[in-house]
Design a protein around this ligand. Structure first.
Ligand code: VGL
Length: 191
């Protein structure tokens, strides 16, 4: 058995003060740092990886100028590659083994779209498989979007998948409730 932690999109634009803030985003960053830090939560994890939403030209994922985002599949401009909004929240201070970037030219909700920062040819799923990872914990932002999609894909990849809800925050209560039902139905453990 080999266990990894996947830290999803704990970026400034998804936290208070960002362009698409999730209430409690800063607290999520602090809670992950407190629990995991630089020693993988006291070696609870064999690997720690993180994802970043990393948009260059994601098409209509960004609401067209002058129109309101619908917050379902169009959003305010967020996490533009190389900008402060795309950086990790300053309270997230953990050692990561690899960073995966997603969404350069498309909407991208699942971390499993992500490619390694240092090598575009390596996707998250391959990276985990190459290291014999069998179990993953998923944390981060947002419960109802990228955490959900990442955890569903992890389960689909055959990984024993747990979402640590005290280290996640959602955009909206209704979609968060719906996300939790969907995750449970897919066999994802919620704690
Ligand atoms: C996300 C909405 C749009 C997320 C990303 O990281 O959950 N949500 N893009």
């Amino acid at each position: 058995m080999s266990r990894a932690l996947i830290v999803v999109d704990v970026q400034n634009d998804f936290c208070e003060g960002g362009s698409l803030p999730v209430e409690g985003g800063g607290d999520v960053a602090r809670a992950i740092t407190e629990a995991v830090g630089t020693n993988r939560a006291g070696n609870k994890y064999d690997h720690v990886v993180a994802t970043k939403d990393w948009h260059v030209d994601p098409g209509d994922h960004f609401a067209a100028e002058g129109t309101e985002p619908n917050y379902v599949d169009t959003w305010p401009v967020h996490c533009v590659a190389g900008t402060p909004g795309a950086e990790f929240h300053p309270a997230l201070r953990i050692a990561v083994d690899e960073l995966f970037l997603k969404g350069r030219t498309t909407a991208s909700y699942t971390g499993f779209d992500g490619v390694a920062e240092g090598d575009d040819s390596v996707r998250l799923g391959e990276w985990l498989a190459a290291r014999g990872v069998t179990d993953v914990d998923v944390v981060g932002l947002a419960t109802d979007h990228c955490v959900k999609a990442t955890a569903l894909d992890a389960a689909k990849a055959g990984l024993n998948t747990t979402v640590l809800l005290d280290k996640c925050a959602g955009v909206a209560p209704d979609s968060t409730e719906a996300a939790l039902s969907e995750l449970q139905a897919a066999g994802v453990v919620l704690v």
